[in-house]
Design a protein around this ligand. Structure first.
Ligand code: ZN
Length: 63
C-alpha cells in the first residue's frame, strides 16, 4: 500500500547522555585514577582545576 513515511532526523546531531563515558581516566599525566561516569571533568578530584571562591576584592598574590 502506501509507503511508510519515516520521520527525518537532523543528521550530525546525536543525543548525548547525561553521563560521560565510563572507563575514562584522569587527564593528568601519570594519573590512572578512573573517573566516575558522573564526573564530567577531565581530571580526578586531585587534579581538577582549583577554583577559588569569589572573594570581595581580595585576590591571592601571584608569586
Ligand atoms: Zn588525577
Amino acid at each position: 500500500m502506501s509507503e511508510i513515511l519515516k520521520a527525518t532526523r537532523p543528521s550530525g546531531r546525536s543525543r548525548r547522555p547525561k553521563t560521560a563515558e565510563p572507563g575514562r581516566v584522569c587527564a593528568a599525566e601519570g594519573c590512572d585514577t578512573v573517573l566516575s561516569k558522573y564526573n564530567r571533568s577531565e581530571f580526578c578530584n586531585v587534579h581538577k582545576p582549583v577554583r577559588y571562591p569569589r572573594l570581595r576584592g581580595v585576590l591571592p598574590s601571584e608569586g
